[in-house]
Design a binder for this molecule. Sequence first.
Ligand code: 2OP
Length: 307
Amino acid sequence: MPHVSIIGSGNVGANTAFFIAEKGVADVLLYDVKAGFSTGKSLDLMEAAPVRAYRNRISGTDSIADLRDSDIIVFAAGAVRAPGMKREDLFQNNRELAASLSKEVARLAPGAKVIIATEPVDPITQVFLQASGMPRERVFGLGGCLDATRLRYLIARELSVSTENVSAMVIGRHSDAMIGLPRYCTVSGVPIPQLLRRSMIEELLAEMRDAGSLIVDLARRSSAYYAPSAAAAELVDSIHMDLKRIFSVSVLLDGEYGLTGAALSLPAVIGKNGIERVLQPRLTEEEKERFARSAAEVRAIVEGKAL
Ligand code: 2OP
């Protein structure tokens, strides 16, 4: 039976396991370098099973060798932001970890589909790909789909409608430069520019952009993890069940909009093979310029050049 493993049993890792189990998708193995951490977390999660009625097993290990032949791996290891930090401030800290663990993943589970949740997600996705030698279809990051779930909530809140009727599209960097595409955001099929004033749309886009930082500032001790975990669990579900749902994920560009060599979010069909197709929504010239600028920024971060 194909299995799902999570590297890093902190808030994002453990909650992703919880959401996967609650949805009844698959058994989950948690791994963390901190001795006993994953076993402790998995015990806590399993002791909730009788009440929450999930039937999947969540287990924990201190041995990375147990990840052998995993079918899906969520990479959630590394430092998270403290108040006042930008996501890119984490790059120096998290790049070595991602590079070394990616080699272990390539050795133990060369056929795995890997979802990167570690920040800054676009450069870390790229580092993981380069160090592991795995193909872009099987290593991609949690970017635009997290931003889109936030925007869906904000649009629904503003219009007093169910979030279920709202869809949203956000592409580009998972950073202050993220690109929301209002004309591709709909409420029951109706594009939001027909429902909200331009100034209100701008306000909602700014709220989405600042959501991650606001949560760190308010909570003081941890960055967001419920929405990131929920988005990661949806990706696992779409891969495991071969649903071919469309999510905006951070993918290494290979000619999209004439660009290569940087990971940025674009909508993609996610199924049992990972990314099965990358979609290229029609962009305005201004959006294309912003997207190209973001690609250059991600390249500069990965190459260690100052922005
Ligand atoms: C966010 O909250 C975790 O940086 C991530 O957007």
